[in-house]
Design a protein around this ligand. Sequence first.
Ligand code: IPE
Ligand code: IPE
Ligand code: MG
Length: 249
Amino acid sequence: MSAKPMTLQELPADLDRERLPRHVAAIMDGNGRWAKGRGLPRIVGHQRGVDTLKELLRCCKDWGIAALTVYAFSTENWGRPLDEVNFLMMLFERVLRQQLDELIAEEVKIRFVGNLASLPESLQQEIERSMEITRHNTSIQFTVATNYGGRQEIVDACRNIAQQVKEGKLDPEAIDTNLFDRHLYTSDIGDPDLLVRTSGEMRVSNFLLWQIAYSEIYVTPTLWPDFDRAEFHRALCAYQQRNRRFGKV
Ligand code: IPE
Ligand code: IPE
Ligand code: MG
C-alpha cells in the first residue's frame, strides 16, 4: 500500500517540529538578476518576488514558525534609479491593499519596521491601516523591514535612551543589553534564529545588525523569485544540522 501523499500544509517528515526556528528572517535578494537572466526588466523580478514572499509566509504559518521578518527596502536602496524606487513603493502599496483581506483571514499580524515617516504618504496610510486591523492576530508575526537600516535603528535607540537619561528618567547604570533591546524596532519579536539570504551574497547589508548576533546564517545561490517551499525546506534542514552553542562548549 502506498503512503498517504503529504499535503502542502504538513511539516516534511525529515524536519523535527521541536527544533524548528521560532523566528526566521530573510534578505530577499536577487530579483533584478532573476529578471535580467530572462531578458526582462528588473521590475518583473520584483513582481515575482512578491509571489515568493506570499508562499514563504504561508509555509511558515503551515509549519508552525511563529515569526517571519523580511527585508523589503533598505535605507540604501533610495540610491537606485528613481523609476525602480517609485515602482517598488507603488508595488508595496498595491500588494498591501490587495492582500489585506487574506492577511486578516489567515490571522496574520503584520508589522512594518524602519523609517516609515519618509515613505510616500499613501503607503504610510496602508501600512497604518494594516497594522491596526491585524494587531490582535496571533497565527504568525510577519514583520516587513521597509526603509530599514540596522545602523539607523541602533542610532534611534541610543537617541531614545539618551533623551530618557537627560530627562532624569533613566540612570545610565541601568542601561544594559536587555534595556537596549527594548528600544529597538523589533522589541516585541525577539532575535531571529535563522537568517536566510538568497542570491549568494555573503553579507548582511545593514539588516538587523544587533539582532543577528547569534542567528544561524544560511546563504543560498538561488535567486529570491526561485526560493520556493523546497528551497525553504532545505534551509530548515541545514538549520537543524547546526549546533547552536551561544559561546558555550
Ligand atoms: C532585492 O532584489 C529586492 C530589493 C532590494 C528591493 P534586488 O533588486 O537587489 O536584485 P539584485 O540583487 O539586483 O539581483
Ligand atoms: C539588501 O539587498 C536589501 C534588500 C533585500 C531589501 P541589496 O541588493 O540592496 O544589497 P547589496 O547592495 O547587494 O548589499
Ligand atoms: Mg540585490
